[in-house]
Design a protein around this ligand. Structure first.
Ligand code: G6P
Ligand code: MN
Length: 434
């Protein structure tokens, strides 16, 4: 059986992830779960909820919450990383500072993503160091954002660490397509290429129909639109704009996150600079969690509490199972390019389909060049992200300014500098000193 450490145990996603782990115990046996965080209150709050869920469902597993890296990582088998350096409060700053200057404010795209990225690289590399020290054989399954930046920094500092970088957005997109137009996603073999939150489907081969259904899906997206009734308001909005993106560029299906680069003006017009996604989350899921903690703590018996959590993160457990059992399941993962996309620089960190087996992620080569439109957009994005990672390691203001200026959501160097300077100030010690 396995031990799992959840890095970023204080996250609101923790109860859902733990439930998924335990629901899958037949294929993924786990006897110990450790919650690790640097925020004592949030970590112990999550322990309260998780302990409640374990008891309620009658699971047999030991649970501990700790701030001590040795206790958290020693001899662990898997590290699920969902750390968010600076928490939701800093997410709010990532979103609001750029908006104040009239540019996209989002946690993973544009310069909001760069602000978060500078914090993430610092916190994540510290975490990887602990894994290296206390559990060098453990697999890190990482979904800490912004993923390309984090993956690139790990590749530079810990080239041999066992890590798989994964994002669930392609799964979310495929599930929405399947739900909207009546397909079974289990029948699909998808071809996709790009960077994280920045890519395109090339084909969706449906085994039951024995053909590529992408052309008909494109028609359906443009003519019928997605069924967004199961989504929250902000995701529904994002997928509305994705319909427009497909109509304007109907050769491929894009990742919805590309709208931050293709339609930054529309995004900024629609945004409320004083109430962003961070505020929605603080008022929504974080509040619910706080209430649940209070209820559980003050209840005299479990029967008084009726807290329910959705399970979350099935793909992470699926990856762990594929690693453990050498199953070669196929996932979209974030890996060094090394020719997977033949006409893109080798040292880019790309998102492509990969097989996951006992040795880790094995990327599938596209074998064909990608179109100039996508290549041009990606080259600029890769260069901009590489410059930011350089800025981080070299503590270089100059490189950071170049990264910000090159970011495709930024119209000119004047604004790049203004936003950068304000983000330096607002991030303080969360960033390395430039
Ligand atoms: C998707 C993305 C993640 C992102 C999340 C944001 O799952 O792939 O990278 O973190 O959405 O969701 P939130 O509810 O926090 O805005
Ligand atoms: Mn993601």
């Amino acid at each position: 059986t396995n031990k799992v450490t959840i890095a970023g145990g204080g996250s609101g996603y923790t109860p859902g992830i733990v439930l998924t782990i335990l629901e899958n115990r037949a294929s993924f046996p786990v006897d110990e779960i450790r919650l690790y965080d640097i925020d004592e209150k949030r970590n112990s709050d999550m322990k309260v909820i998780v302990q409640y869920l374990i008891q309620k469902n009658g699971y047999d597993v030991s649970l501990k919450a700790t701030l001590d890296p040795k206790e958290a990582f020693e001899n662990t088998d898997f590290v699920f990383s969902q750390i968010r350096v600076g928490g939701i409060k800093m997410r709010e700053i990532d979103e609001k500072v750029p908006l104040k200057h009239g540019v996209v404010g989002q946690e993973t795209c544009g310069v909001g993503g760069f602000s978060y990225g500078m914090r993430s690289m610092k916190g994540f590399l510290e975490m990887v160091q602990h894994v290296q020290d206390y559990a060098p054989d453990a697999w890190i399954l990482n979904y800490t954002n912004p993923e390309t930046l984090v993956a690139e920094s790990v590749r530079r500092q810990f080239p041999d660490i066992k890590i798989i970088n994964a994002c669930d957005q392609t799964i979310a997109i495929e599930e929405l397509i399947a739900y909207s137009f009546g397909y079974e996603r289990e029948n699909w073999i998808s071809s996709y290429y790009g960077l994280n939150h920045f890519g395109w489907y090339k084909a969706i081969y449906d085994v039951s129909k024995q053909k590529d259904i992408m052309p008909e899906v494109i028609d359906q997206i443009v003519n019928e639109g997605f069924k967004t009734d199961q989504l929250g308001e902000s995701w529904a909005k994002a997928f509305k704009l994705m319909e427009r993106m497909v109509a304007d560029f109907p050769t491929h299906i894009p990742n919805n996150y590309l709208e931050y680069y293709l339609y930054p003006n529309l995004i900024v017009e629609e945004a409320d600079p004083s109430y962003t996604r961070a505020n929605e989350i603080m008022d929504g899921r974080l509040k619910q969690i706080e209430e649940a903690v209070e209820k559980i703590k003050s209840a005299s018996s479990m029967d008084e509490v009726d807290y329910e959590s959705n399970s979350h993160g099935q793909y992470i457990v699926d990856m762990a199972v594929s690693l453990l059992n050498n199953e070669n399941r196929r996932f979209m993962l974030i890996v060094p390019n090394k020719g997977a996309i033949p006409n893109l620089r080798e040292d880019a960190v790309v998102e492509v389909p990969c097989y996951v087996n006992a040795e880790g992620a094995e990327p599938i080569s596209l074998r064909e060049d990608i179109p100039d439109f996508h290549k041009g957009l990606m080259e600029a994005q890769v260069a901009s992200e590489k410059l930011l990672v350089d800025a981080f390691f070299e503590k270089s203001y100059q490189k950071a300014l170049e990264a910000f200026t090159l970011n495709q959501s930024i119209p000119n160097a004047v604004i790049a500098k203004r936003v950068l300077d304000e983000l330096i100030e607002r991030n303080g010690d969360f960033w390395v000193e430039l």
